[in-house]
Design a protein around this ligand. Structure first.
Ligand code: SF4
Length: 217
């Protein structure tokens, strides 16, 4: 199978089985999504979704969060990983939104990464989810699943993986492909024990084919 055929198989499979794949974070607007994505680093979406309603109720917009005490934000997010840093980042991010972006979430990667707590991965998530921009956020699930299937080859960093994925997926599907790979990694292609027996992309998966060959020898 050529790399193009592998990509085509993956596209056809997920178009059929996950045509409406989307983020599992719960949000109503770009500001809320940005808060949720910052909180989601090293943390599950489920836990973030349990935490954000209280934050959104108390700080409904960037202006309110910009005026918050870091300690008060910390109290609301203390069950989440790295609450100290994240509380500082959230308040700093809101101050910058108000001070430099008229209280609006900017929708370019270059502008987003200037905000506290926002790296390339977060900026890619925001721009692809809010605006369907062809940006691929590579988190641990995407990195692992893409490498196993063989969508990336010898990619040693998330940025290297991102470049390979973006160069092969059709531009119009990149924002969706991110969710395909994340959700597949979260529920099927698990880190420690991938559920290959029940996985629909077996025929296109290099990892599975290697396991099969090893079992026959
Ligand atoms: S066949 Fe196995 S390794 Fe390949 S994508 Fe599916 S679960 Fe992951």
């Amino acid at each position: 199978m050529t790399i193009q055929q592998r990509y085509q198989f993956i596209i056809d499979y997920f178009q059929e089985h996950a045509p409406n794949a989307e983020t599992e974070l719960i949000y109503d607007n770009p500001y809320q999504l940005l808060v949720a994505v910052i909180l989601s680093a090293q943390c599950t979406d489920k836990r973030v979704n349990m935490t954000t309603p209280a934050i959104f109720a108390r700080y409904p917009d960037p202006e309110a969060l910009a005026k918050a005490e870091v300690d008060d934000v910390f109290q609301l997010i203390r069950s989440i990983s790295y609450p100290n840093n994240k509380a500082k980042h959230l308040v700093g991010m809101a101050k910058m939104l108000v001070g430099q972006f008229h209280g609006q979430v900017p929708l370019t990667v270059d502008e987003l990464v200037t905000l506290p707590g926002v790296g390339r991965k977060t900026a890619n998530v925001i721009t692809s989810v809010v605006d369907n921009q062809p940006n691929m956020a590579v988190d641990t699930h995407v990195f692992r699943v893409a490498a196993r299937i063989g969508l990336t080859r010898n990619a040693r960093t998330p940025l290297a993986a991102e470049k390979q994925l973006v160069s092969h997926f059709p531009e119009a599907l990149i924002h969706k492909a991110h969710h395909w790979l994340i959700l597949h990694g979260r529920y099927v292609c698990l880190a420690r024990s991938p559920k290959c027996e029940e996985c629909g992309v077996q025929p296109a998966c290099l990892y599975f084919q290697k396991q099969l060959r090893a079992a026959k020898t």
